[in-house]
Design a protein around this ligand. Structure first.
Ligand SMILES: *[C@@H]1O[C@H](CO)[C@@H](O)[C@H](O)[C@H]1NC(C)=O
Length: 402
C-alpha cells in the first residue's frame, strides 16, 4: 500500500468517517396498490391528488396505463406513486398551474422561485416513486399562453442575466427514507430531482433522458442531505448529471454506485459547499459524452470543506474536462473559502484526450488529491496551480469504448 494512502485511511478510521451511505441499501420493492387508475390523456390533477391523499400508508397509487396530464402533486408521508410500464404522467404546460402566488411562474425575474415543483415530497417518511413508466416534464413544449417553451425561457434568462421561473420535476424536502425506483424521468423544465435536508434517499435503476441543450436541467441533486445512494441509474441531461451540494446543511455519506452518464455536465460536487461535503464514494461509473467528468467546483462566495471523496473504477470517453478540482469556478468574492482535501482517484481510465485541472486557492490552502492507477490519453492537458498531488498518472490509455 502507498504510504500516503495508508495515512489517509488510518486518519479516516481515527475520525470515524465512512465514505459511503451508512444504511445497508438493497434493491427496493414496489409497494402494493391502494388504487389503480387509467389515464385518459386529459388533465387529471384532482383525480390523482385525491387518490394520493386517501391512499393508506405503505401503499401506492398505481397509474396502470395511458397518459395522465397533471398540475403540481404532493405525495403524502408513507404513500407512494407507482407509474407502471406504458403509463406516462405529463406535467401541465400551463405556468398558471404551478404559480406560487405572485404570477411569475413562466416569466423571468431576479430570484426564480415563482413555480411549485411538479411533484413535492415534504416532511415525509417512507415515500417513493416507483415503476417502469415515465414522468415527462414537457420542458420543450410551448407553455400555455406563451410563445416559447420552458427551455427557451431558461435560455432567455442566460442572455438577459435573469432567472427563469420554471418548475423542478421532483422536489424532496425535510424527509426520511425516500425511494425512486426504475422510473424514467424526462424533459424537466428545471432540475429533475432535488433532495433537500433529507436523510435516507435512494435512487435505484432510474433513467433520466433529456436533451443536452436543455439549460439547468440537473439530473439528481442531493443538497444538505445524508445517507444517499444513487445506484444503477442512466442519466443524460442538459446540466450536471449528479450535483452534490451543501448550501444549507452538510451533505455526507453518499454512495454513487454502478451508474452510466450520457450527455450532461458530469459527476459534480458544488458549487454550493458552504456547510461541507464529506464521505462520498463514487464507484463504477461510465461517462460518455459529458462536458466534465469528475468535478468539484466552488468559489469564495459559496465555498467550504470538501473532504473524503473517493472515485473508483471510472471510465470516460469523449469527455472534455475529465477531472476538474476548481476552487475558482466563478470570480465571485466572499469569505467562504473552498478547501478540497482527501480527494482520491483509483482505477481511472480516460480514453480520449482532455484537460485535467487542479486549481487551489493558495499555496497555504492547496487542493489535495491522491492518484492511483490513473490512465489518461496522450495529448491531454494537465493544469495544476496550488495543488498537492500524491501518486502519478500514466499517459497510456487506449481503447475506443468503456
Ligand atoms: C445514517 O444511517 C445510519 C445507519 O442507518 C444511522 O445510524 C444514522 O443516524 C443516519 N444518519 C442520519 C443523519 O439520519
Amino acid at each position: 500500500m502507498h504510504i500516503s494512502l495508508a495515512i489517509a485511511l488510518s486518519l479516516a478510521i481515527l475520525h470515524g468517517a465512512v465514505a459511503k451511505d451508512l444504511r445497508s441499501v438493497s434493491e427496493p420493492k414496489i409497494p402494493a396498490a391502494c388504487t389503480s387508475l387509467q389515464g385518459t390523456g386529459k388533465e387529471e390533477t384532482a383525480v390523482i391528488q385525491k387518490a394520493l391523499s386517501s391512499c393508506s400508508k405503505g401503499k401506492a397509487v398505481h397509474l396502470a396505463s395511458g397518459t395522465f396530464v397533471s398540475g403540481p402533486l404532493t405525495i403524502p408521508s408513507g404513500v407512494s406513486l407507482w407509474v407502471d410500464s406504458g403509463a406516462v404522467l405529463k406535467a401541465s404546460t400551463n405556468p398558471k398551474d404551478f404559480d406560487e402566488g405572485k404570477n411569475t411562474c413562466g416569466t423571468l425575474d431576479n430570484d426564480g422561485k415563482g413555480c411549485k415543483p411538479f411533484i413535492t415530497i415534504k416532511g415525509a417518511t417512507g415515500t417513493g416513486i416507483y415503476g417502469k413508466g415515465t414522468i415527462d416534464g414537457q420542458g420543450g413544449q410551448t407553455m400555455t399562453g406563451k410563445g416559447e417553451s420552458w427551455w427557451q425561457l431558461a435560455r432567455d434568462a442566460q442572455t438577459k442575466k435573469k432567472k427563469q421561473n420554471a418548475p423542478r420535476l421532483i422536489q424532496i424536502e425535510n424527509s426520511k427514507d425516500i425511494t425512486l425506483y426504475l422510473i424514467t424521468l424526462k424533459n424537466s423544465p428545471n432540475f429533475h430531482v432535488a433532495s433537500k435536508s433529507t436523510n435516507g434517499f435512494t435512487a435505484w435503476g432510474v433513467t433520466i433522458n433529456t436533451p443536452g441543450t436543455a439549460r439547468n436541467t440537473d439530473g439528481i441533486d442531493p443538497m444538505g442531505s445524508q445517507n444517499i445512494t444513487i445506484a444503477h441509474c442512466n442519466i443524460a441531461t442538459g446540466d450536471d448529471n449528479v450535483a452534490i451540494k451543501a448550501g444549507n446543511a452538510p451533505t455526507k455519506h453518499v454512495s454513487i454506485l454502478n451508474n452510466k452518464f450520457g450527455v450532461g455536465h458530469g459527476m459534480s460536487i458544488g458549487s454550493e459547499v458552504n456547510d461541507g461535503v464529506s464521505d462520498v464514494t463514487v464507484t463504477t461509473l461510465t461517462l460518455d459524452g459529458t462536458t466534465n467528468g469528475l468535478r468539484i467546483k466552488s468559489d469564495k462566495s459559496r465555498g467550504g470543506l470538501v473532504s473524503g471523496v473517493t472515485y473508483t473504477n471510472v471510465c470516460m470517453y469523449n469527455v472534455k474536462n475529465p477531472i476538474v478540482l476548481n476552487t475558482q469556478y466563478s470570480s465571485s468574492g466572499g469569505s467562504h473559502i473552498p478547501t478540497f482535501k482527501g480527494i482520491t482517484f483509483n482505477n481511472i481510465k480516460v480514453l480520449t484526450a482532455g484537460t485535467f485541472t487542479f486549481d487551489g486557492i493558495s499555496d497555504s490552502n492547496p487542493v489535495e488529491a491522491t492518484l492511483s492507477n490513473v490512465h489518461i490519453k496522450s495529448g491531454s492537458k494537465w493544469v495544476t496551480s496550488h495543488a498537492k498531488i500524491s501518486g502519478k498518472y500514466a499517459e497510456d490509455a487506449s481503447g475506443n469504448s468503456c
